[in-house]
Design a protein around this ligand. Structure first.
Ligand code: FES
Length: 137
Protein backbone atom coordinates (compact mmCIF):
# COMPACT_ATOMS: atom_id res chain seq x y z
CA UNK A 1 0.00 0.00 0.00
CA UNK A 2 1.37 3.35 -1.05
CA UNK A 3 -0.42 6.46 0.22
CA UNK A 4 -1.11 9.08 -2.43
CA UNK A 5 1.37 11.90 -2.02
CA UNK A 6 -0.44 15.20 -1.54
CA UNK A 7 2.39 17.34 -2.86
CA UNK A 8 4.42 16.86 -6.02
CA UNK A 9 8.11 17.47 -6.61
CA UNK A 10 7.23 20.38 -8.93
CA UNK A 11 5.36 22.32 -6.24
CA UNK A 12 1.84 21.04 -6.84
CA UNK A 13 -0.70 20.31 -4.13
CA UNK A 14 -3.88 18.29 -4.36
CA UNK A 15 -7.17 20.19 -4.18
CA UNK A 16 -8.99 19.10 -1.02
CA UNK A 17 -12.45 19.23 0.45
CA UNK A 18 -13.34 20.87 3.75
CA UNK A 19 -12.37 17.74 5.66
CA UNK A 20 -8.92 17.76 4.08
CA UNK A 21 -9.52 14.85 1.72
CA UNK A 22 -8.28 15.09 -1.89
CA UNK A 23 -11.14 15.66 -4.32
CA UNK A 24 -11.25 13.25 -7.28
CA UNK A 25 -11.45 15.16 -10.56
CA UNK A 26 -14.47 13.09 -11.59
CA UNK A 27 -16.49 14.52 -8.73
CA UNK A 28 -16.19 18.07 -10.13
CA UNK A 29 -16.30 17.05 -13.79
CA UNK A 30 -19.71 15.48 -13.15
CA UNK A 31 -21.08 18.97 -12.44
CA UNK A 32 -22.85 20.97 -15.12
CA UNK A 33 -20.72 23.21 -17.37
CA UNK A 34 -20.28 26.60 -15.76
CA UNK A 35 -20.48 25.18 -12.23
CA UNK A 36 -17.99 26.30 -9.61
CA UNK A 37 -16.71 24.45 -6.59
CA UNK A 38 -14.89 25.89 -3.61
CA UNK A 39 -11.90 23.77 -2.58
CA UNK A 40 -9.00 24.06 -0.16
CA UNK A 41 -6.17 25.14 -2.42
CA UNK A 42 -2.49 26.00 -2.06
CA UNK A 43 -1.59 26.51 1.61
CA UNK A 44 -5.27 25.86 2.32
CA UNK A 45 -6.42 29.03 0.50
CA UNK A 46 -10.10 28.78 -0.43
CA UNK A 47 -10.09 28.50 -4.22
CA UNK A 48 -12.87 28.35 -6.77
CA UNK A 49 -12.54 25.80 -9.57
CA UNK A 50 -14.74 26.11 -12.65
CA UNK A 51 -16.15 23.48 -14.98
CA UNK A 52 -15.81 24.87 -18.50
CA UNK A 53 -18.37 24.66 -21.29
CA UNK A 54 -16.46 21.72 -22.82
CA UNK A 55 -16.67 19.80 -19.56
CA UNK A 56 -13.05 20.15 -18.42
CA UNK A 57 -11.66 22.07 -15.47
CA UNK A 58 -10.59 25.64 -16.19
CA UNK A 59 -6.86 26.02 -15.71
CA UNK A 60 -7.47 29.25 -13.79
CA UNK A 61 -8.36 28.62 -10.17
CA UNK A 62 -9.60 31.80 -8.51
CA UNK A 63 -8.54 32.42 -4.93
CA UNK A 64 -11.49 33.43 -2.78
CA UNK A 65 -9.78 36.24 -0.90
CA UNK A 66 -10.85 39.84 -1.49
CA UNK A 67 -7.95 42.06 -2.54
CA UNK A 68 -9.36 44.87 -0.40
CA UNK A 69 -9.03 43.49 3.13
CA UNK A 70 -9.11 39.74 2.63
CA UNK A 71 -12.72 38.71 3.22
CA UNK A 72 -13.95 35.53 1.61
CA UNK A 73 -17.19 35.53 -0.35
CA UNK A 74 -19.61 33.40 -2.32
CA UNK A 75 -19.90 33.07 -6.08
CA UNK A 76 -23.27 34.41 -7.17
CA UNK A 77 -24.40 32.28 -10.14
CA UNK A 78 -27.39 34.51 -10.85
CA UNK A 79 -25.31 37.67 -11.22
CA UNK A 80 -22.25 35.73 -12.50
CA UNK A 81 -20.09 37.63 -10.01
CA UNK A 82 -18.02 37.17 -6.90
CA UNK A 83 -19.59 39.54 -4.39
CA UNK A 84 -17.67 40.54 -1.29
CA UNK A 85 -20.06 41.15 1.61
CA UNK A 86 -17.57 43.21 3.64
CA UNK A 87 -17.45 46.49 1.67
CA UNK A 88 -19.25 45.64 -1.53
CA UNK A 89 -16.50 44.85 -4.03
CA UNK A 90 -17.67 42.99 -7.12
CA UNK A 91 -15.57 40.77 -9.38
CA UNK A 92 -16.53 39.22 -12.71
CA UNK A 93 -16.42 35.50 -13.50
CA UNK A 94 -12.64 35.66 -14.11
CA UNK A 95 -11.94 37.59 -10.92
CA UNK A 96 -11.51 41.03 -12.49
CA UNK A 97 -12.71 43.97 -10.41
CA UNK A 98 -16.09 45.29 -11.56
CA UNK A 99 -16.54 47.60 -8.58
CA UNK A 100 -14.15 48.55 -5.77
CA UNK A 101 -12.92 49.30 -3.24
CA UNK A 102 -10.93 46.17 -4.20
CA UNK A 103 -7.80 47.47 -5.97
CA UNK A 104 -6.65 44.33 -7.78
CA UNK A 105 -8.04 41.25 -9.53
CA UNK A 106 -8.34 38.05 -7.52
CA UNK A 107 -5.23 35.91 -7.26
CA UNK A 108 -4.99 32.91 -9.60
CA UNK A 109 -3.87 29.33 -9.05
CA UNK A 110 -2.95 27.03 -11.96
CA UNK A 111 -5.14 23.91 -12.17
CA UNK A 112 -4.13 20.62 -13.77
CA UNK A 113 -5.93 17.28 -13.85
CA UNK A 114 -3.54 14.33 -13.84
CA UNK A 115 -4.54 10.69 -13.47
CA UNK A 116 -7.90 11.61 -12.01
CA UNK A 117 -6.50 13.99 -9.41
CA UNK A 118 -6.72 17.78 -9.29
CA UNK A 119 -3.33 19.44 -8.82
CA UNK A 120 -2.89 23.11 -7.99
CA UNK A 121 0.27 25.15 -8.63
CA UNK A 122 1.33 28.73 -7.99
CA UNK A 123 0.42 30.92 -10.99
CA UNK A 124 3.72 32.43 -12.11
CA UNK A 125 3.13 33.23 -15.80
CA UNK A 126 1.54 36.46 -17.08
CA UNK A 127 -1.94 37.13 -15.78
CA UNK A 128 -4.16 36.40 -18.85
CA UNK A 129 -6.72 38.95 -17.65
CA UNK A 130 -4.31 41.87 -17.60
CA UNK A 131 -1.37 40.74 -19.73
CA UNK A 132 0.84 41.84 -16.83
CA UNK A 133 3.06 39.99 -14.41
CA UNK A 134 0.91 38.67 -11.55
CA UNK A 135 0.73 41.12 -8.65
CA UNK A 136 1.08 38.23 -6.17
CA UNK A 137 4.45 36.89 -7.34
FE1 FES B 1 -13.88 42.87 0.26
FE2 FES B 1 -13.44 45.12 1.64
S1 FES B 1 -12.73 43.12 2.09
S2 FES B 1 -14.60 44.85 -0.17
Amino acid sequence: FLPISETSEDGGQLAKDQLGNPIPAGQLLALAPGSRALVAGLEGEPTYLTVTEDGSLDRMGIVDNCTHLGCTFPWNPTDQQFQCPCHGSLYDSRGQVVRGPAPLPLKLTRVEVKEGAIWLYPWTELDPRTGQRPWWS
